[in-house]
Design a protein around this ligand. Structure first.
Ligand code: PLP
Length: 392
């Protein structure tokens, strides 16, 4: 007989999922009601309003796709692009590469602007590409590149894109709730995110938001959206405007939406600016500790994300050994390197509920211990004091 599954209580300090707050897990266990129940419909309207707050947008079409961040990404591309379109994709890590995949599967052309992994996207390179490709209609890039920890200047990128009459598609999966993001003020036309990073919610939903200008493009398509499930023309009838009658499209993941609602209520209670400041504060303490240990950051100061700390693995230290000891002895998960950085870096997340003082200390103490056992060439016994000095 296969028995019930009881996962251990881990501390999740990788690239996501992050620790889910107990209040959010409790919300998820509340009774399932019908997805067209008037009380549930009302809750969906609240989720929309709370997402507008989280994204800092007044966009009417702001909702959560019933699938993870990758589906939010796909939703944006399949609705906007038609065969023959040209999209400039700025890539500085793994997730920009997925944008290219999406563009090409829509039958569109991706003009790639390659930036160094570990750096923000370069707005000058984008401008050069826009000059060279007047046929481009969209610019796509990742705000918070989770594979490296680099933070791109969204406002500057959008400003240039608009000067060349392009709409912007922005990946904010790891930034939402952790790093300043102002969709309306910064001129973001289309944005998608995820629930399991800085919102500390369970994985499986993807908040998205579209301006009216973007929606015009979707409404005026010559061809039908090739994905029935992600077709905004149909989803709009489901997530419709407040007060309008909902039509059945698919069964909403009812309990997952309770969880997102709770996560967003918590974000609203904390205050968006306070949440951003909290991520920055704990990042500063973790950074001081990691640097005291002797670990170097991949991303230069000024382009770093507080919620994703990528550091180089010291010479002679085996990546997988360290991560498995952290998991075994400390119930602590940190992330491995992705793509070209596999084996060379660790990615230490400070996302949402996981972004707390006790986790900063736990991570530093655990790394110090495990690296000492492996006789790694680092400075032992100084990391915690360095972090404490930041907290004051
Ligand atoms: C995690 C992540 C995604 C994908 O989200 P899933 O929920 O795993 O599908 C996309 N983009 C970035 C930048 C991410 O960090």
């Amino acid at each position: 007989m296969i028995k019930s599954f009881y996962p251990p209580q881990r501390t999740l300090m990788g690239p996501g999922p992050s620790d889910v707050h107990p209040r959010i897990l409790a919300a998820m266990a509340r009774p399932t009601i019908g997805h067209l129940d008037p009380l549930f419909v009302n809750m969906m309207d609240e989720v929309k309003a709370l997402l507008q707050y989280a994204f800092q947008t007044k966009n009417e079409l702001t909702f959560a796709v019933s699938a993870p961040g990758s589906a939010g990404m796909e939703c944006c591309f399949v609705n906007l692009l038609e065969s023959g379109d040209t999209v400039i994709v700025c890539q500085n890590g793994v997730f920009g590469g997925r944008m290219k995949e999406n563009v090409e599967r829509c039958g569109a052309t991706a003009v790639m602007v390659d930036d160094a992994w570990g750096r923000a996207c370069d707005v000058n390179k984008l401008e050069d590409a826009l000059k060279a490709h007047p046929e481009a209609r969209f610019v796509a890039f990742v705000h918070a590149e989770t594979s490296t920890g680099a933070n791109t200047d969204v406002q500057a990128m959008c400003e240039v894109a608009h000067r060349y009459d392009c709409l912007t598609i922005v990946d904010a999966v790891t930034s939402l709730g952790g790093t300043p993001l102002r969709v309306d003020d910064w001129g973001v036309d289309v944005v998608y995110s995820g629930t399991q990073k800085c919102l500390s919610c369970t994985p499986g939903l993807s908040p998205v938001s579209f301006t009216d200008a973007a929606l015009e493009i979707v409404r005026n398509r010559k061809t039908a959206v090739q994905s029935w499930f992600l077709d905004l023309n149909l989803l709009m009838g489901y997530w419709g405007s407040a007060g309008t009658k909902r039509t059945y499209h698919h069964t909403a993941p009812v309990n997952a939406l309770y969880a997102l609602h709770e996560a967003l209520v918590m974000l609203q209670n904390e205050g968006l600016e306070n949440a951003w400041a909290r991520h920055q504060q704990h990042h500063q303490a973790l950074k001081a500790g990691l640097e005291a240990l002797g670990l170097d950051f991949v991303v230069p100061v000024g382009e770093r994300l507080p919620q994703l700390n990528a550091v180089r693995i010291p010479k002679g230290v085996d990546d997988a050994t360290v991560r498995s000891l952290l998991l075994q002895d400390y119930q602590l998960e940190i992330g491995a390197g992705l793509g070209v950085m596999a084996g060379n870096v660790w990615r230490i997340g400070l996302m949402g509920y996981a972004c707390r003082k006790e986790n900063v200390f736990k991570c530093l103490a655990a790394l110090d211990d495990v690296l000492a056992r492996l006789h790694a060439p680092v400075n032992h016994g100084v990391a915690i004091a360095a972090a404490k000095a930041v907290y004051g």
